[in-house]
Design a protein around this ligand. Structure first.
Ligand code: GLU
Length: 301
């Protein structure tokens, strides 16, 4: 069944910016008759905080963001990521890369390459060169792309287009990289609607390109994207944990109930207060605000 998803990293409690994005994912899914799936992006073991997956889910439920199935944990899915890499490798589309971040930054690249694009240093090493480099540094695996542009049609941003570079599929510690895991999971769990914060819009053309390679152009073209504006602090910067009382638990301590948080977030989307299954009846993606929204702690009285 086609589905939407919300995919947090379990690296601590969700803040109101994360919660607002999750509410939007739920609203987009429900308004289009899709179930919403929960996926924990926990491939970065160093960032995972014990117990936060359960706390995140409880906070989402408290606001009415409910899920149709048991959550998926990326850390349990190494075998499916390895399979996808093997398919690409069999087509000659994978190569080892030994570059450090610094080497990539300092390399010269083609005149129109986007900032941070991989310059292709390890693309055509001989087997002998690889052997030598491997003794210095374990290799990551990169996708051998054809350098073409990939364009997605975003529900809120319109066309988002970028040349696709040889991005990392598997990190040099052996874990699947973000783009690979997202594409494989979205496809294998039936996700055809991606709603997330607009700081990830840049990743969408790469993900669409990879989805096309792995599962065909029709599968890639079937994905609906909506990259939603961020929540910012009063200085106009992306909201963060250090911005004071920004999680449900912190707000509760200040006397702000979960219902008030929900209604404040709904108001920011120009939706009426109350349970989400009522709000969804008024939900119209075309009327959503297109600019960042500034968080201010609501007054409990
Ligand atoms: N895990 C990412 C985040 O927490 C979201 C990735 C995605 O939705 O593709 O921001």
């Amino acid at each position: 069944m086609p589905a939407g998803r919300y995919a947090p990293s379990p690296s601590g409690d969700l803040h109101v910016g994360n919660l607002r994005t999750a509410m939007l994912a739920w609203l987009f899914a429900r308004a289009s008759g899709r179930p919403l799936l929960l996926r924990y992006e926990d491939l970065d073991a160093g960032r995972t905080v014990e117990g936060s997956a359960q706390r995140q889910r409880a906070d989402l439920h408290a606001l009415g963001v409910t899920f149709e199935a048991e959550p998926v944990f990326q850390s349990h899915r190494k075998a499916v990521y390895d399979d996808a890499v093997a398919t690409l490798a069999a087509r000659g589309l994978v190569y080892e890369c030994y570059c450090s971040r610094r080497e990539i930054q300092e390399a010269t690249r083609a005149p129109h390459a986007p900032p941070g694009a991989y310059p292709g240093t390890c693309r055509s090493l001989s087997e002998q060169q690889r052997k030598r480099r491997r003794t210095q540094r374990p290799g990551a695996l990169r996708l051998r792309t054809d350098g073409s542009r990939s364009t997605i049609d975003d529900r809120l941003l319109g066309a988002v287009s970028a040349p696709v570079d040889d991005f990392v599929l598997v990190r040099n510690d052996g874990a699947a990289a973000y783009n690979l895991a997202v594409v494989v999971d979205d496809q294998l769990t039936g996700v055809d609607q991606v709603v997330r914060a607009d700081d990830l819009a840049d990743s969408a053309p790469r993900q669409q390109y990879l989805r096309g390679l792995l599962y065909g152009d029709a599968a890639a073209a079937a994905v609906e994207y909506a990259h939603v504006p961020l929540v910012v602090n009063q200085a106009g910067r992306r909201l963060a944990k250090r911005d004071g009382a920004v999680t449900l638990a912190q707000l509760r301590d200040q006397g702000v109930t979960q219902e008030l948080v929900r209604d404040t977030l709904l108001a920011s989307l120009q939706l009426p207060p109350g349970p989400l299954d009522q709000a969804v009846q008024h939900f119209d993606p075309d009327r959503l605000p297109r600019t960042p929204w500034t968080w201010r702690t609501p007054d409990p009285d």
